[in-house]
Design a protein around this ligand. Structure first.
Ligand code: DOR
Ligand code: ZN
Length: 346
């Protein structure tokens, strides 16, 4: 039985760090294990221009405690007013590694997102020319489409038409949740990548809804039925380099989650690696963990894999971290996968 695993230091290809007091609380939790992360731009107001991204990166680096190393890979929030020249300049300077597409209204702080996809075509065309990836929150927002179908419908109605209209555009299907997304991604060329979260690999909608509603499992795209979770697991352990980790760790104050109208997002960063080791081991695929967390993502983004390593060890089940305090009096509750975690990161 394997009880020790040394892998290249991982990266997180989809992360919410927020700002201010919450940033200070959550940043060390990612920096402890991950070398780099693609930083989501859905602040209020959003990170829209190259200047916004530069200022946000400076705030992140200022919040990093001494002794930690971490490289935030910045993204721009795509709006119908985004200037292709500003995007190209932010990319050329090395600051920005992706542009994020939120369909307007799809999720937390997405009100400034895109309603009419034709209006952002010039940005897509420029991104295709310069090889800058588009990270996509892939859900339609039409009120008549059931929340459990929104990802599958998005692929047919929005994603595939965008990719056909802009050949060569590099696209990351973010936080995929369905077998439809796995099937679509598996059939594409290397311009397409897809990230998968911890919670979508470990849980399905029964875990969220049977025996009581568990607000800390509520995220978007919402957890789907078990057969979809199994398709995601198969993709994650397949060794196919199109699939890689994006935790979508998305902290909200505990009171905003445990609420009559709770916010979407699972704060997984502190235990993401432990959860993944447990999951991959359970699937008999620990040998595929390094590819998923440390190799496939850099390859897609055209970056070198990290040279340092981390060591995971297996022992007695650990206690979950308590809620972390946030300056100002609130706290943020760490994701609990509802099963013992035996792996820890040295
Ligand atoms: O669950 C989610 N939380 N999904 C998202 O797309 C956004 C995120 C957040 O920012 O809280
Ligand atoms: Zn996200």
């Amino acid at each position: 039985m394997t009880t020790r695993l040394e892998i290249r230091r991982p990266d997180d290809w989809h992360l919410h760090l927020r700002d201010g007091a919450m940033l200070k609380t959550v940043l060390p939790e990612s920096a402890r294990h991950f070398a780099r992360a693609i930083i989501m731009p859905n602040l209020v107001p959003p990170v829209v221009t190259g200047d916004d991204a530069r200022a946000y990166r400076d705030r992140i680096m200022a919040a990093l405690p001494d002794g930690y190393t971490f490289d935030p890979l910045m993204t721009l929030y795509l709006t119908e007013h985004t200037d292709p020249d500003d995007v190209a300049a932010a990319h050329a300077s090395g600051l920005v590694k992706a542009v994020k597409l939120y369909p307007a209204g799809a999720t937390t702080n997405s009100a400034s997102g895109v309603r009419d996809f034709d209006r952002v075509r010039p940005v897509f065309e420029r991104m295709s020319e310069i090889g800058l990836p588009l990270c996509v929150h892939g859900e339609v927002t039409d009120a008549e489409i059931d929340i459990f179908d929104r990802e599958a419908v998005f692929i047919d109605r929005v994603l595939d038409p965008i990719r056909r209209a802009t050949p060569g555009l590099r696209v990351v299907m973010e936080h995929i949740t369905t077998s439809d997304a796995v099937d679509y991604a598996s059939a594409q060329d290397s311009t397409l990548g897809a990230t998968i979260t911890v919670q979508h690999l470990m849980l399905d909608r029964n875990d969220m809804l049977v025996g009581g509603i568990r607000p800390h499992y509520y995220c978007l795209p919402i957890l789907k039925r078990g057969s979809h979770r199994e398709a995601l697991q198969r993709a994650a352990i397949s060794g196919d380099p199109r699939f890689f980790l994006g935790t979508d760790s998305a902290p909200h104050a505990t009171h905003a989650k445990e609420n009559a109208c709770g916010c979407a997002g699972c704060f997984t960063a502190p235990i993401a690696l432990a959860c993944l080791a447990e999951t991959f081991e359970g699937l008999g695929a620990l040998d595929r963990l390094e590819g998923f967390v440390s190799l496939h993502g850099p390859a897609f983004y055209g970056l070198p894999a990290n040279t340092e390593t981390v060591t995971l060890t297996k022992g007695a089940p650990q206690d979950l971290p308590p809620p972390l305090p946030v300056e100002g009096g609130s706290s943020v509750t760490v994701f609990d996968p509802g099963r013992p975690l035996h792996w820890s990161v040295l």
